[in-house]
Design a binder for this molecule. Sequence first.
Ligand SMILES: Nc1nc2c(ncn2[C@@H]2O[C@H](COP(=O)(O)OP(=O)(O)OP(=O)(O)O)[C@@H](O)[C@H]2O)c(=O)[nH]1
Ligand SMILES: [Mg+2]
Length: 195
Amino acid sequence: MKIDSARFVKSATRPADFPRDKKPEIAFCGRSNIGKSSLLNTLTDVHGLARTSSSPGRTQTINFFLIDDRMYFVDLPGYGYAKVPKTVKDHWGAMIEDYLRNRDQLKLALMLVDSRMPPTESDTVMKDWLDHYGIPNSVVLTKTDKISRNQLNQALRTSAHTLNTKEIIPFSAVTGSGKDTILTRIRTAVHHIPQ
Ligand SMILES: Nc1nc2c(ncn2[C@@H]2O[C@H](COP(=O)(O)OP(=O)(O)OP(=O)(O)O)[C@@H](O)[C@H]2O)c(=O)[nH]1
Ligand SMILES: [Mg+2]
């Protein structure tokens, strides 16, 4: 799948402001500063589409991007900024939960985890939560350009075990590695929708 057009549509903080046209949605979730906005920019090939920053907590609203006029990429605020599992209870957590829980058009959540360290408790909470609510999800190991091949293999084992999943895609926004695999995963998720 190649993306031909991508544009920012709106920022929202509550369900009343989410798009109403029922197009399928792909959500990007993960801790603050993990690389959600960077992944979104890489997938769309539009530099600066989603704002990135080296200071955590840059994205504080739910941001909707229209992709090829047929689906939305949804950039969620980072969780776990102020430390662990109260995440889903704090302000951003409540906003994310509001989005994730009842969104029928949500077809896939890409859950980003840092390849350089084991998943945190907030990552585990988020993954359990996605599974509990039956939201199809793939784990994306980010920033793999910063680690060796051996470290990557170790990271794959650790996250598979900790997050109890086989669906893990290594990715780097710097080299673009993993991009095609993620786009294929998205296409598969969107395809299965009765429209
Ligand atoms: N080396 C490297 N740096 C990355 C990669 N992805 C993101 N970064 C850097 O990590 C920082 C955070 O990236 P963002 O994409 O803004 O992260 P985010 O998850 O959107 O952050 P919030 O919006 O604050 O939740 C930025 O300085 C990026 O340049 C990657 O694959 N490799
Ligand atoms: Mg962001």
